[in-house]
Unconditional design. Structure first.
Length: 319
């Protein structure tokens, strides 16, 4: 009986079985590289505009806002939010619609060298680096290693393209300098190319601020709750301008952009409370920003519920 059970287990095709594990490794070693080559070829032959977005946080929000802006005058396509692995990007490059004008893709770094492989397929015309923080601690361990990984997107940006980078973040700038493309900065410092000032948000008042660049300025009014959303909004606005959208059109589209689900979006219960949900990720570096947003909010009562903290250097279950 034990022998028969062992035989059944050995030849089983269920997930986790030796046969499935072996065929999976064989596929990754043979078929998957061919699929990536096919994706690279289709990208090389395409006349679409490709945008790659990376960063420890802010990728999805920047992606959704930029796509909303670009959809005002064209069709921005890309994977669903959060789908930013090598396979997701390969599938996006092989399957984007023919009538798309822009392909906007998040590029994740959940494992070592993932960004190198993904960005080599994508070869973006415009890249965005939102920030470098110590996420995926188990894999990278240091900010320098994270910056090194993010730098692959800059390095693989086309020479006649643009790398748009958070100019307030020295590690993001370090990553961007690996490019041979033109570097454009955004942030709050005076030295950046696209500068956000007069930032204000205090729920129920939504985020608003002024953006200045190249002698021009634009008042930005958003539907977003958190003041730190200035970063993805500024990145998306700057990217849109670099891609030829007028400032007026970009600002109008931002004002009508849907809130990004589970990233400080509001859910009002009839006859009950209003929830502000920040449950998509749980990085250590952003927890205090969410607390500050709650501190500024005007409400008769406030309650914060914490879950687990994602992969970081401490113990997320410690009391």
């Amino acid at each position: 009986m034990d022998l028969m059970a062992s035989v059944r287990k050995a030849v089983s095709l269920k997930r986790g079985s030796p046969v499935r594990e072996m065929t999976g490794k064989l596929r990754m070693a043979t078929i998957e590289p061919l699929r990536r080559q096919a994706a690279s070829l289709r990208r090389h032959m395409s006349n679409k505009t490709f945008v790659g977005i990376t960063g420890s946080s802010g990728k999805t929000s920047t992606n959704m806002i930029l796509r909303h802006i670009l959809n005002g005058s064209g069709l921005a396509s890309g994977p669903d939010r959060g789908l930013n692995g090598i396979g997701d990007i390969r599938r996006a490059l092989l399957n984007y619609p023919r009538n798309a004008t822009h392909i906007v893709i998040e590029v994740g770094a959940g494992e070592s060298m993932a960004l190198r492989k993904s960005s080599a397929m994508l070869k973006p015309d415009l890249s965005i680096i939102t920030m470098v923080r110590l996420e995926h601690y188990t894999v990278f361990r240091t900010l320098e290693r994270v910056a090194e990984e993010k730098g692959w997107l800059a390095e693989n940006t086309k020479r006649d393209g643009v790398v748009l980078v958070n100019g307030d973040d020295p590690f993001a700038l370090q990553a961007a300098r690996r490019t041979k493309a033109r570097i454009v900065t955004f942030g709050q410092q005076e030295s950046v190319d696209y500068r956000a000032t007069e930032i204000h948000a205090a729920y129920p008042e939504r985020l608003s601020f002024t953006l200045s660049w190249k002698g021009s300025s634009q008042k930005i009014v958003t539907p977003f709750v958190a003041d730190y959303s200035w970063l993805p909004v500024t990145a998306a606005f700057a990217a849109a301008i670099e891609l030829g959208v007028t400032p007026e059109d970009a600002a109008l589209r931002i004002a009508t952009c849907p809130m990004v689900e589970y990233r400080m979006n509001t859910v009002a219960i009839d006859g009950g409370p209003t929830f502000i949900l920040d449950t998509a990720k749980a990085p250590w570096h952003s927890i205090f920003m969410a607390i500050e947003t709650m501190a500024r909010a005007r409400a008769p009562r406030k309650r914060i519920i914490f879950g687990m903290i994602s992969d970081y250097a401490g113990n997320s279950s410690a009391k």
